[in-house]
Write a protein that binds this ligand. Sequence first.
Ligand SMILES: Nc1ncnc2c1ncn2[C@@H]1O[C@H](COP(=O)(O)OP(=O)(O)OP(=O)(O)O)[C@@H](O)[C@H]1O
Ligand SMILES: Cc1ncc(COP(=O)(O)O)c(N)n1
Length: 273
Amino acid sequence: MTIARALTVAGSDSGGGAGIQADLKTFQELDVFGMTALTAVTAQNTLGVHGIYPLTVEAVQKQMDAIGEDIGTDAVKTGMLFNSDIIRGVAEKLMQYKWEKVVVDPVMIAKGGSVLLLEEAVRALREVLMPLALVITPNVPEAELIAGKSIHGLDDRKEAARILADLGAKNVVMKGGHDESNPNEVIDLLYDGRDFYEFSSPRQETRHTHGTGCTFAAAVTAELAKGRTVVQAVEVAKQFIQAAIEDTIQLGQGHGPTNHWAYRRRQAAGAGR
Ligand SMILES: Nc1ncnc2c1ncn2[C@@H]1O[C@H](COP(=O)(O)OP(=O)(O)OP(=O)(O)O)[C@@H](O)[C@H]1O
Ligand SMILES: Cc1ncc(COP(=O)(O)O)c(N)n1
């Protein structure tokens, strides 16, 4: 039996809703064998981030070597990278192993405001990592910072997507969760350097959205690992995150995690009809 493989290079969320925990759960639910290279450990729950403990560049690179020299991978996702040294170290390994299906989720700030990417690292993200990205998945504040442009509504998002593509990302998915210009819908916008594609869903009224960004990007990565096109992968990821947000599981006292089982259960229920 052959199985698609995916590697996530990201931080650990002890609360299980975001970071490598969200990525592994998503890979598993989409029938992809998940592997990890940890960049940092966070002490985190639904109320916020209570501690950040970054790993050394050597530790991150050794983990990537362990995968590259033995198991290999069909796609790679990057999440919380924390500082410019880690970004440069990760970029070096992506090039060494010629991993080309690379999804960069430019994680910067956690829900409660904690900094998951130091300010000094934004330049390295822009200059070193973005040119290696097959897909980059910024939310609105991340896109504003990378593109150096304020964003209000869909036209601004399109303009920012063009700027990000000019920085080297082959495909840009501008996520719409933070775009409050449309109160009824969440539109994720894909730009492939030529055309725009819109993926829309009803906006859910919920505070249980911790880890939506990680989960969405992990689903894109899993589908790419299985050989889907970028458009197909984003389509599945949108359905996956919509199900995970709708079928809420209500854990913790703050921003709770999403439901990583929901998509598979819906598929199974649909197949049984
Ligand atoms: N209220 C919502 N209703 C439906 N879908 C949503 C909602 N909020 C976010 N999403 C979806 O979740 C994914 C992540 O979107 P968002 O723009 O919030 O990214 P993010 O800010 O990186 O995530 P997070 O808020 O977890 O940090 C996108 O696919 C988006 O469409
Ligand atoms: C370790 C870690 N990585 C990423 C995020 C952001 O998660 P998201 O933007 O998906 O809510 C997080 N809160 N913790």
